[in-house]
Design a protein around this ligand. Sequence first.
Ligand code: ME8
Length: 507
Amino acid sequence: MSKKIYVTTPIYYVNDKPHIGHAYTSVATDFLARYHRIIGNDVRFQTGTDEHGLKIQKAAEKEDIKPIDLCDKNSTKFRELSKILNISNNDFIRTTEDRHIKGAQFLWNKLYENDQIYLDEYTGWYSVSDETFYNEKDLIKDEKGNFKTITGGNVEWISEKSYFFRLSNWSDKLLEYYKNNPDFIMPASKRKEVVSFVSSGLRDLSVSRTSFNWGIKTPNDNAHIMYVWLDALTCYPNGVNYLSDEKEDVSDYWENTTHIVGKDILRHHAVYWPAFLMAANLTLPKRIFAHGWWTNEGNKISKSLGNVIDPIEIIDKYGLDQFRYFMLREVPFGNDGDFSIKALEGRINSDLANDLGNLCQRSLSMVNKHLGNKIKCVSLDKEELEILNSAIELNKNLSDMVMNQNITDYIKSVWDLINNSNKYFNANEPWKKVKVDLDEFNKILFTTAELIKIIAIYIFPIMPSTSKKIFNFLNLEDSNINSEYLKIEEFNDYKINSIEALFPRIT
Ligand code: ME8
């Protein structure tokens, strides 16, 4: 039965152009959206840009342009990157859009009406780079004696009038919620971190600023703008029109929402966000999945170290599907990982050119050479039926893995299938059979073509263009690759189109 599903990436800050970390989250979320569509779910997938706050205002001042002009310029770059990455999002939201501003103010009003917000003064540390308030105990001192965030970011001391959200009232409710919904935060190691953070006690959270003006006005008081995280988090329900009294059908998606985020912003998503929603009597998302952090050849990726990786350069040199495959396969989803060119080239040559590329090219080019581009549909023996049925059955396991965002095991299982298909092909030695028994040769190639078709469906979420290319080799309609194709083509002959190398080897 088709389910409504909503998946989201974080909305990215527009103070600068996108880098590989942004590309990673978008590709991983795209993987999930595409798989859900394959199995017939009705998916909405949102990404977008986070455009308010001091970080953006300062970046605009530095370039001597208006904040909105900086936002327009850099938001376009994120939108373009989504296209380059072949991301299948249905929506791209900007926090400077009217629909977003209305939704953010709607949530504020609900909190205000429910007496969850009060006026006071914030005096303490603030990090502009991650737009976060810090307790001194959570900071570290550098060698010069200056306080820094644990990731090395600067903090500044601020003191200004501010509205506060009664976060401290929500500690117990949050802990109870985590306990009753053990899959709300994943992976489990990250849930533990959040539980321990909340158990140590929460302080009320400053949710408005008065010392600058690049933000959404708080509806009850013109002197304040909303804290950028309260503003930004509402982008998710705003994309499905949930923060409104005139909810449309589209809000049904909200009931089944998965937020994919990096571990850097887990606290905002797994603590502040559910507390805001509970306090406003609104529905919580189903799942927050926090993935790990990429380093570059072993070093932290940072502008000051000058080692920021531009995903577009990598894609230009190695190809998009190669990049997508590497990002998704190299690091267990949820763990930290390292980007290295050697590892990328290794994966392209072994997993892509040797395993997948060879399987397709060797077998299908034999069809073109010896069977005049056609494979006849034949009745299959036990061995063939078993291998094909188990390839089809695999989809049940893959589906369970996707429900748990287990992208890594998904890819490993598909590669086991590719390797088993290569084994089947090799063990049956079609290059010998072609000389003595053309029917037997045809049967081996038919089975292999069926396996290749099934593999093409399973790799669609990872490498959509490659999947389509393979469908084209098999002369199958590629506009809607889905699990309907997961059956043995008992009545259809195959026509094989001309074959090209899928993944050139890197030498
Ligand atoms: O935090 N490794 O935006 P942002 C892996 N606007 N992922 C990385 C990464 C790295 N080295 N660097 C960045 C914000 N990311 C807020 C979000 S949501 C309501 C507001 C990815 O531009 C990762 O997903 O700093 C991280 O969480 C996100 O980019 C941060 O993007």
